[in-house]
Design a protein around this ligand. Structure first.
Ligand code: ATP
Length: 269
């Protein structure tokens, strides 16, 4: 069984250049970065920044990537933990991990805390499937306590990701907690092309590769799927002993990914 672990701390080298196709969210993100970089500017003008921002979107749309990019751009330490891990812990451990993480982050402020899969502990209390999940509730309560326990001017920003905002306990969404929301949708065609461009940066492409055409034929692909597509195409080129990744490699990669997903879909009940 997985062992309880402490929050990871990292220095993020991800920047906004690594994130593509999220133009609509960029303004809000820029504001958050500015706040982490020069909080005094906001204080002077009496502007209060949110303590918590919810990143909402389907799997693979770049929620984790975006959180890392914010920390990277603002040059602040990035503490991350996945809420799903709390469920497997002994009672009391989840809550104490949350406490530890906030304590460390406050010492190193300005800092960014990222809680992935918030819905794993943040589901509406009392409506839990399978009855009272003590560990889950204690962890959720601790997150709420911690968020109330620091002031907006302390320069801690908590980002949390979820693809199920509908099941979240309303206490999480109250003012002073996760009261801002950034939505990441599956990318439309232009966004897919922009994301492909990011991921082919280090890939030698043959002249017959048309990224716009590939973007047009990958409806429904998330950012993570597109990254996977580029990698599969590169692997195909290696297998075929080519010097460049050509259009044929992309076709094969796309077929493999789509067929793979169909096979998975048939197997899920
Ligand atoms: P999950 O809900 O499954 O945790 P997520 O939304 O956190 O997914 P990420 O883990 O950030 O998604 O995305 C996986 C990878 O897909 C990223 O590391 C990145 O390489 C790529 N990716 C996703 N979205 C984008 C994007 N908008 N621009 C560039 N790359 C992207």
């Amino acid at each position: 069984k997985s062992k309880a672990r402490r929050a990871r701390k990292e220095t993020s080298t991800t920047t906004l250049d690594d994130v593509a196709g999220i133009e609509s969210a960029k303004r809000e993100i820029t504001e958050i970065i500015d706040f982490l970089k020069s909080p005094e500017r906001f204080r002077e003008l009496g502007a209060v920044m949110p303590k918590g921002v919810l990143l909402v979107g389907p799997p693979g749309t770049g929620k984790t990537l975006l959180a890392r990019a914010i920390a990277g751009e603002a040059e602040v330490p990035f503490f991350s933990i996945s809420a799903s891990e709390f469920i497997e812990m002994f009672v009391g451990v989840g809550a104490s991990r949350v406490r530890d993480m906030f304590q460390t982050a406050r010492k190193e402020a300005p800092a960014l805390i990222f809680i992935d899969e918030l819905d794993a502990v943040g589901r509406s209390r009392g409506a839990g499937l399978g009855g009272g999940h003590d560990e889950r509730e204690q962890t959720l309560n601790q997150i709420l306590t911690e968020m109330d326990g620091f002031e907006a001017h302390e320069n801690i920003l908590v980002l949390a990701a979820t693809n199920r905002p509908d099941v979240l306990d309303s206490a999480l969404l109250r003012p002073g907690r996760f009261d801002r929301k950034i939505t990441l949708d599956r990318p439309h065609k232009d966004a897919r092309e922009a994301i492909l461009k990011v991921h082919v940066r280090k890939v030698p492409l043959a002249s017959d590769v048309d990224l716009e055409a590939i973007a047009a034929r990958t409806i429904g692909f998330s950012g993570a799927d597109l990254k996977n597509l580029v990698n599969e195409a590169a692997l195909t080129a290696v297998r075929e002993d080519l010097d460049e990744v050509n259009s044929h490699c992309f076709d094969l990669a796309r077929d493999r990914i789509i067929l793979g997903e169909e096979r998975d879909a048939h197997m899920t009940p």
